[in-house]
Design a protein around this ligand. Structure first.
Ligand code: HEC
Length: 159
C-alpha cells in the first residue's frame, strides 16, 4: 500500500505541473499573437527625436506652396518605401502620422534617420519591426518641413 502511494504521488504531481504549464503556455501565447506591436506604434509618442530640428517653426512661406512642393518631394523621394494610406510597404504607411508624432520628430526622422534608429527609442523599435534602415534622402530642412506640411494635409490637419 505504502509503495503504491509513493509511486503514484510523483506521477500525479508531474501531471498537475504539466497541466499548469500547458495552460500558462497557451494563454501567454494568445496574448502575444494579439499584435500589440501595431498598437504601440500607432500611439502618440511625445519625443522630438535626435537631429537638427529642435523646434518646428512654420515660417512665413505660403502654406499651399509648401504643401505643393512637399508633395513633389514626397513623390520623388518617399513613395518607393511609403504609402500615404495605413498600408505597410517597405516602411510604415504614413496615414495619421502627424497625429501621433511631433513635427520635430518627423523632420528628424527624415533628415537624420541613421542616428534616430540608434538613439530614439521609437525609431529603434520601428527599425526592429521593419528590419530595414530608412535611408537619408538628403532633403534640406525646408524640404523636410514641406513634406511635413504635405503629410499633415494628408491627415486632414488644419493649417
Ligand atoms: C529605402 C526605403 C525608405 C525611404 C526611401 C524612406 N523611408 Fe521612411 N522609413 C523607412 C523604414 C524602413 C522605416 C521604419 C524603420 C526605420 O526607421 O528605419 C521608416 C520610417 C519612417 C517614418 C516613421 C514612421 C512611424 O510610424 O513613426 C517616417 C515619418 C518616415 N519614414 C518618412 C519618410 C519620408 C517623408 C521619406 C521621404 C523623404 C522617407 N521616409 C523615405 C523606409 C524608407
Amino acid at each position: 500500500m505504502i509503495k503504491v502511494k509513493q509511486n503514484a504521488f510523483p506521477k500525479l504531481a508531474i501531471g498537475a505541473l504539466l497541466a499548469v504549464f500547458s495552460l500558462y503556455g497557451c494563454s501567454s501565447g494568445t496574448e502575444q499573437s494579439q499584435a500589440p506591436a501595431e498598437d504601440a506604434f500607432n500611439k502618440y509618442y511625445d519625443g522630438k527625436g535626435v537631429g537638427p530640428i529642435t523646434e518646428y517653426a512654420i515660417g512665413t512661406a505660403d502654406v499651399t506652396q509648401r504643401v505643393d512642393s512637399g508633395q513633389k518631394v514626397f513623390e520623388t523621394k518617399c513613395t518607393s518605401c511609403h504609402k500615404l494610406t495605413a498600408e505597410r510597404a517597405i516602411g510604415p504607411g504614413l496615414l495619421g502620422i502627424t497625429k501621433i508624432r511631433r513635427p520635430e520628430w518627423i523632420m528628424n526622422q527624415i533628415l537624420n534617420p541613421m542616428e534616430m534608429t540608434q538613439k530614439d527609442s521609437m525609431a529603434q523599435a520601428l527599425l526592429k519591426k521593419y528590419t530595414t534602415q530608412m535611408i537619408n534622402m538628403n532633403l534640406t530642412e525646408g524640404e523636410a518641413g514641406a513634406v511635413y506640411e504635405y503629410l499633415k494635409k494628408n491627415d486632414g490637419g488644419a493649417q
